[in-house]
Design a protein around this ligand. Structure first.
Ligand code: SF4
Length: 181
């Protein structure tokens, strides 16, 4: 298994979750994101290292949960996320990076185009946001891409071509090392 890439990815998730928890603690009810609010759960694409973590989490899930996900995979079309059931995520603890950052105040763009972006449901009662709750999305993505490259190098040594991105439906069944035998 590409343990170094997955270990680094899990560490990154832990850091994102700690950041999100700090933001929630600081902004409280101004952060509307909560169970049942699933407007972001569509058009989700993930990097291969995220896909590998997601398919691994599914493989390790209890059989009844695996069966529910399998049924949803068979019945979900288009860009809807197959993990969304009654507006809740079936593999919440294993959800990818984008699912953990959507809704947070994100520093996006570059140069003079830098701006803070966030879900319009959030921070409605605030005139400004404290800097320490703003997540630099570009820097986060650079770290994620670097971790993904670790996986790419591993797969290359195995003679396996790594895709650029996968939809969640593809990610859940992506297991390149098993396919290579
Ligand atoms: S993985 Fe979970 S949180 Fe992410 S889009 Fe799918 S249902 Fe939503």
């Amino acid at each position: 298994m590409p343990s170094s890439a997955l270990a680094a990815y899990r560490q990154l998730l832990t850091r994102i979750d700690a950041f999100a928890a700090k933001t929630r603690q600081r902004l409280g009810e101004q952060l509307y994101c909560r169970p049942g609010c699933a407007g972001c759960c569509t058009h989700i694409g993930v990097l291969p290292v995220e896909a590998l973590a997601l398919s691994g989490a599914l493989a390790e899930a209890p059989p009844p949960l695996r069966e529910r996900v399998r049924k949803r995979l068979a019945n979900t079309a288009g860009d809807d996320c197959p993990l969304l059931e009654q507006n809740l995520c079936l593999l919440y603890d294993a959800r990818p990076v984008i699912c953990r950052t959507q809704g947070l105040p994100l520093l996006v763009g570059s140069g003079e185009e830098r701006r803070i972006d966030f879900c319009p449901l959030n921070f409605r009662g605030l005139d400004s946001l404290p800097g320490e709750v703003v997540l630099d999305l570009d820097r986060l993505n650079q770290t994620l891409v670097a971790i993904n490259l670790l996986l790419g190098e591993k797969l290359k040594r195995e003679g396996i071509r790594m895709p650029e991105r996968l939809r969640v439906a593809e990610a859940l069944v992506w297991n390149p090392l098993a396919a290579a035998g």
